[in-house]
Design a binder for this molecule. Structure first.
Ligand code: F6R
Length: 366
């Protein structure tokens, strides 16, 4: 049932070109220039008119929301607040009938996320869901929603569900932006074409598996690691760190790269691997200077760069190249090397990759 792979996690990582394609099947057509999420179509005008949209989730799904926030705000100019479901529900949040709350959940059963939605509903908000498991509790209590269609995810560490969540949020942001008129037709069409070929680019990253395994060998005995990114790559850093923690039990933290100088830089020495997303785009130069700060303190840099990069390559200890794409789509690609890296490190440390200690696939306790 693992399709020839040693673990479900590895199988699910490799399924991503297909799961992303399944996610936009029937929802995206670049040559005809349209995107449409049938499930939430009736709520799009309400989303455009809303003062703000609140996204609630836990864990990896919360990271997907952070990417979503960036996409909704930048592409559709819609104000988004992202909340941990557990914090939201216990804070006596200010919500009313004009609010829209979107829950993101692979299982659709996470107790805190479900309770956050129930609270929002009781205050009259419109509640929407982005779930993977069809017919799950969250998908049943929401007013409407979009499934991620990633297929069953067995490995406890979420991989293909995350990239599918980000894909749905990207489709949603594009659809809202198009309807609202915040994107030029040319830019809209270019993004659709870029999104349509993302699965092939994911495939090209998967082909670097053995290269990533070599890097894993070098850092498998680390006791700590830092992950840095800026903009929409910041949540990718958080997700990279979470993946390493949960399956390899190495302490790791994700930080916005610019925050390093406000504290975490004190941790850096020759023992500290620092994983950086340094792809081409608006914050490239800034990230390059963050890399220099780490190198000046003898930290080890493992950088995810755009194919053909030379500047970061000259400074970093290791680079992993990913194909060039629209900046808004980088999170989908940049996540893949981190998934593989955590996987290989966990295997080399003899950890139970598919069933990490103390964790459950769906957290139905509060
Ligand atoms: C991490 C992981 C968890 C889940 C979290 C939310 O790999 O799997 O952090 O993301 O428990 O679960 P769902 O998405 O089912 O609500």
């Amino acid at each position: 049932e693992k399709g020839g792979y040693e673990h479900f996690m590895l199988k699910e990582i490799h399924e991503q070109p297909r799961s992303i394609k399944d996610c936009f099947r029937g929802r995206l057509n670049a040559s005809e220039g349209w995107v449409s999420l049938g499930g939430v179509k009736d709520y799009e005008q309400k989303m455009i008119n809303a003062q703000r949209i609140i996204m609630v989730a836990c864990g990896t799904s919360w990271h997907a929301c952070l990417v979503g926030e960036y996409l909704f705000e930048d592409l559709a100019r819609i104000n988004v607040e992202v909340e941990y479901a557990s914090e939201f529900r216990y804070r006596n949040p200010i919500i009313n009938e004009n609010d829209i709350v979107i829950a993101v959940s692979q299982s659709g059963e996470t107790a805190d996320t479900l309770a956050a939605l129930e609270l929002a509903k009781s205050k009259g908000a419109t509640i929407l869901g982005i779930c993977n498991v069809v017919g799950s509790s969250i998908s049943r209590i929401t007013d409407a929603g979009s499934y991620t269609h990633a297929g069953p995810e067995i490995g406890v560490a979420s991989t293909k569900a995350f990239t599918a969540q980000v894909t749905v949020l990207t489709l949603m942001a594009l659809s809202l932006a198009h309807k609202k008129g915040t994107l030029s037709e040319t830019k809209f069409r270019t993004m659709l074409s870029e999104l349509e070929i993302i699965p092939e680019k994911v495939q090209r990253i998967l082909e670097r598996n053995s290269e990533i395994e070599e890097i894993a060998k070098i850092y498998k005995d680390a006791t700590n690691a830092l992950y840095l990114g800026r903009g929409s790559s910041f949540p990718v850093a958080l997700e990279g760190a979470l993946k390493l923690k949960e399956i390899s039990y190495i302490h790791a933290e994700g930080y916005p790269a610019a925050e390093m100088k406000h504290g975490p830089i004190a941790l850096i020495d020759e023992e500290m691997p620092v994983f950086v997303i340094a792809t081409k785009g608006t914050s490239y130069e800034k990230v390059v200077s963050n890399i220099q700060e780490v190198k000046a303190r003898k930290g080890k840099i493992i950088a995810i760069v755009t194919e053909g990069d030379t500047d970061v390559k000259a400074m970093a200890d290791h680079v992993i190249e990913i194909p060039d794409t629209d900046e808004h789509l980088v999170p989908i690609l940049a996540t893949i090397p981190f998934q593989l890296l955590s996987y290989h490190i966990a295997v080399m440390r003899d950890c139970n990759v598919d069933q990490p200690r103390n964790l459950a696939k769906s957290v139905t306790v509060e």
